[in-house]
Ligand binder design. Structure first.
Ligand SMILES: [Zn+2]
Length: 145
């Protein structure tokens, strides 16, 4: 299980509330993830938290058949998700057959409370709705600032 730090706590709190949060640089406008103390692009420390759409596409992925520990049920899919806000994050693709996962596949965040009590963000196939990939095209339930 991941261990929240002072830096990442807002992200994990967002997961617990069903929101995929990321940092926004008020200096250059970059979307920042993982949580940082300063913007990797302009080095500004003026980062604020925003609630993201949770919508994106599979950027890259790998199907795992030999897990690091027996606690994992195989096969499972580890993927890099390109979020509509323009940042990437690593997660698992769930709720679908591993063989159906492909690059460019539309996905959306889904939150799962683990037995340990922590809520983790995963991604599942996204059916219907408008095409993704264009940042700021929509802002559902977003409350920036
Ligand atoms: Zn910046």
């Amino acid at each position: 299980m991941p261990i929240p730090t002072a830096l990442s706590e807002p992200f994990w709190q967002g997961c617990a509330e069903g929101e995929l949060r990321y940092q926004h640089c008020t200096q250059c406008g970059a979307a920042v993830f993982k949580p940082q103390s300063h913007c990797p692009q302009c080095l500004s420390e003026r980062l604020t938290w925003r609630a993201g759409s949770g919508i994106g596409v599979v950027y890259s992925f790998s199907v795992v058949w030999r897990p690091q520990t027996p606690a994992f049920e195989v096969p499972y899919v580890v993927a890099i998700i390109e979020l509509s806000e323009g940042y990437h994050m690593m997660s698992n693709i769930v709720d679908c057959d591993a063989s159906s996962v492909h690059c460019g596949m539309p996905v959306e965040a889904t939150f799962t409370r683990m037995p340990e009590g922590m809520v983790l963000p995963f991604f599942k196939p996204r059916c219907g709705g408008p095409p993704t990939g264009t940042a700021t095209a929509e802002s559902p339930e977003g409350s920036p600032g």
